[in-house]
Ligand binder design. Structure first.
Ligand code: ARG
Length: 474
């Protein structure tokens, strides 16, 4: 009965339209068609393996499932009004195609373990895709770092704390800071994927089945690393969705910080970077405008990514064991976050790889003598002065320089404790070369970091490549 839901057996009346409209998930879970079919094929093979159905029946259902996959691929699958979600739609069609054999597809299975299986398969593929896109952005940063140089002639800019100019840093070091943060994002995604690599198939509605199903067999068929240990947990666990949403929200937060930086860098006031026309937008009214909308949306969309995570956590907190329909609310935030982060990563990679930099503007901003104040204090420390005293001594010169509008270098030259040699430290491009701390910004530690970053990227590329080749389903 195509006009009745699959579960209509114990009902006398048809479902109200308002019920169907409110409870359906087909409008958004169609994305899962491929994963549902893959899960169903494994389930059918499992039924034959356990001799619950015959090989002939199994072949018939699998061929029907393949036909359905073809229909989806060709955009020819036809839904009917009673299709509540992608799972019931596919089962209905398989039964139509395979007759009595098709009616055996759902043996020993519930939509509860079915949907958990499909969603884990979807996550494995899509999170791998996000990991690759994140790595691609890391690669852009690494390339641009190499382009602007880690050596003593590397381009530098002011480093900021509290958004106040602090000390000059290499542009390469600045780019690499973003790459290291995003490498952690990729690492986090790989750990999330490893943790979610568990097959829930066989858990049934909540308690397993009295039929001789082999949960290990189907887990292996599906390429999962292991099967569930507890059926109640298997059908109610959405930790993996929450983790994925956290990973995506944190990527979103990183991209938002990056966006804010690029909004600033492309202002006339900063003028550090100029966006390629292909990666900037115009104004409908102001003909002269060239806006950094990618950067702004990277910043703006972090709000909904955080919202998707907190929304799901709020849904989960009230769940008694085991499956509750509330869990259907896991999909929209997940699909949305995956989609938005993928779009943002692609757009930012394009924006950053094509941008031009006003390196002379950056460097002259960093050449302000005041940015050498710490070098002066450290110079005094090297002469044996306690740091606190050195800090106060240089601070007093800075104050006098500002108050009397005298260049700091002149005051330093005239100073008994500092003098000519110390004044050299304030010359353009000197300070940035002096920092030698491992992991610090300077050509000496920079040479090491350049190698460390490239090596970390190579390791992570190899790691992500061990996951299933991603093929986006969206
Ligand atoms: N569409 C449902 C979901 O996404 C599938 C599971 C429905 N299970 C049930 N017992 N009604 O969660």
């Amino acid at each position: 009965m195509a006009d009745q839901p699959l579960w209509h057996g114990r009902f006398e009346a048809s479902p109200a339209e308002a019920l169907m409209m409110f409870t359906e998930s087909l409008s958004f879970d169609q994305k899962l068609w491929r994963d549902d079919i893959i899960g169903s094929i494994a389930h059918v093979k499992g039924l034959a393996h356990a001799q619950i159905i015959s090989e002939a029946e199994s072949d018939k259902v699998i061929s029907a499932l393949n036909t359905v996959a073809q229909e989806f691929n060709d955009g020819k699958f036809v839904f009917v009004a009673s299709d509540e979600d992608i799972h019931t739609a596919i089962e209905r069609r398989v039964t139509q195609l395979a007759g009595d054999a098709g009616a055996k597809l759902h043996t020993g299975r519930s939509r509860n373990d079915q949907v958990a299986t499909a969603l884990r398969l979807w996550c494995k593929r899509e999170l791998t895709n996000i990991a690759q896109l994140t790595l691609a952005l890391c690669d852009v940063f690494n390339k641009r770092a190499q382009e602007f140089g880690w050596g003593s002639d590397g381009v530098y800019l002011p480093g900021y704390t509290h958004m106040q100019r602090a000390q000059p840093v290499l542009l390469a070091h600045h780019f690499a800071a973003h790459a290291w943060a995003m490498l952690r994002d990729v690492d986090r995604l790989t750990q999330t994927i490893e943790r979610l690599d568990v097959s829930p198939l066989g858990a049934g509605a909540l308690a397993g089945s009295s039929l001789p199903l082999d949960a290990d067999f189907v887990a292996t068929e599906l390429g999962f690393a292991r099967r569930f240990n507890n059926s109640l947990d298997a059908v109610s666990d959405r930790d993996f969705v929450a983790e994925a949403l956290f990973d995506l929200a944190l990527i979103g937060v990183h991209l938002s910080r990056l966006g804010e930086e690029w909004v600033l860098w492309t202002t006339q006031e900063f003028s550090f970077a100029v966006l390629d026309d292909a990666y900037s937008t115009g104004s409908s009214m102001l003909p002269q405008k060239k806006n950094a909308d990618i950067a702004e949306l990277a910043r703006g969309k972090s709000g909904r990514l955080i919202g998707n995570l907190t929304g799901l956590l709020a849904t989960l907190k009230g769940m008694p064991l085991a499956y509750n329909r509330d869990l259907q609310e896991d999909k929209e935030p997940l699909f949305d976050s995956v989609n938005q982060v993928a779009l943002a990563l692609r757009a930012l990679a394009g924006m950053i790889s094509t941008a031009k930099f006003n390196t002379s503007t950056m460097q002259s901003a960093a050449d302000s003598e005041l940015l050498g104040a710490t070098d002066l204090a450290e110079w005094l420390v090297a002469q044996g002065m306690p740091f606190r005293e050195a800090h106060a001594h240089v601070g007093a010169l800075v104050s006098k320089s500002i108050r009397d509008s005298v260049p700091l270098s002149q005051l330093v030259t005239d100073d008994k404790k500092l003098g000519d040699k110390a004044a050299e430290l304030l010359k353009p491009g000197v300070g940035v070369k002096r920092r030698t701390t491992k992991g610090g910004s300077g050509p000496v530690p920079g040479a090491t970091q350049a190698i460390e970053l490239s090596a970390a990227l190579t390791v992570m590329h190899a790691r992500v490549a061990t996951f299933n080749a991603p093929q986006t389903n969206s």
